[in-house]
Design a protein around this ligand. Structure first.
Ligand code: PGA
Length: 251
């Protein structure tokens, strides 16, 4: 069965105290038998505090929001996958559209990051998604195929097992505009199809594909109920414990 996942991507928000309050509030309000995996992706500086707060909690994981494309050495300001994996951190987000756009991350850079992550046994949450003009021009299937085939879908089959795909239409991120459940399902089914074409049925059926882009309590249930949608990568709504809990409960 595919893993159901609700991941909170905090981006560059909160401070030390706010981040601890947020995690404590979420942990205190979770039902004992919550069903999806929960992943917190705080900024680097707060990772260790979040790890401490989540210690010994079942089904809760910690992710970094990025990792370096380099192994180690003279790269001021960078954080390597090897450093990340020396903590109790299981996941890394790679290929977020904000990194592609604002930090000029090309497929070549992303491939280095993916390899660094895999070599250090991290699970990769790999983001893909089209712009509004790609969508309006009917190019979104092609754009997404290209983003995946030139990165995670060029991996050997054996390395793909630790990949989670996040479909994040750029026009929906942080805009308050969400893809409809049908729009999201259509793309998730497309992604699952191209995974199947590349690696076969078994792997495609086992890969979690999560949705991101203004996912919130009001729309999570409908989005998560779609056949090929296995959860969400939540930005803004992951910063508010009540919203994040409601989204977790939408499963
Ligand atoms: P959003 O961000 O939920 O604020 O739209 C999602 C994301 O960028 O991961």
């Amino acid at each position: 069965m595919r893993k159901k996942i609700v991941a909170g991507n905090w981006k560059m928000n909160l401070n030390k105290n706010d981040s601890e309050d947020l995690v404590n509030n979420i942990l205190n309000h979770l039902d004992d038998n919550f069903s999806p995996q929960i992943i917190f992706a705080p900024p680097y500086l707060f990772l260790n505090n979040v790890i401490e707060l989540c210690k010994n909690k079942n089904n809760i994981f910690v992710s970094s929001q990025d990792c370096s494309a380099y192994t180690d050495g003279a790269f001021t300001g960078e954080v390597s996958a090897k450093m990340i994996s020396s903590y109790d951190i299981s996941h890394v987000i790679i290929g977020h559209s904000e990194r592609r756009k604002n930090f000029n991350e090309t497929n070549d850079i992303l491939n280095h990051k993916i390899n660094q992550a895999i070599n250090n046994h991290l699970n990769v949450i790999f983001c893909c998604g089209e712009t509004l003009s790609d969508r309006n021009n009917g190019l979104y299937f092609d754009v997404i195929s290209d983003q995946l085939l030139s990165t995670v879908l060029s991996l050997d089959k054996s390395k793909f097992s630790n990949i989670i795909i996040a479909y994040e239409p750029i026009w929906a991120i942080g805009t308050g505009v969400t893809a409809t459940a049908d729009q999201a399902q259509e793309v998730h089914a497309h992604i699952r199809r191209i995974i199947k074409d590349k690696y076969g049925d078994a792997i495609s059926n086992k890969t979690s594909i999560i949705y991101g882009g203004s996912c919130k309590p009001a729309n999570a249930k409908e989005i998560f109920s779609q056949d090929d949608i296995d959860g969400g990568l939540i930005g803004g709504a992951s910063l508010n414990y009540k919203d994040f809990i409601s989204i977790i409960k939408a499963f």
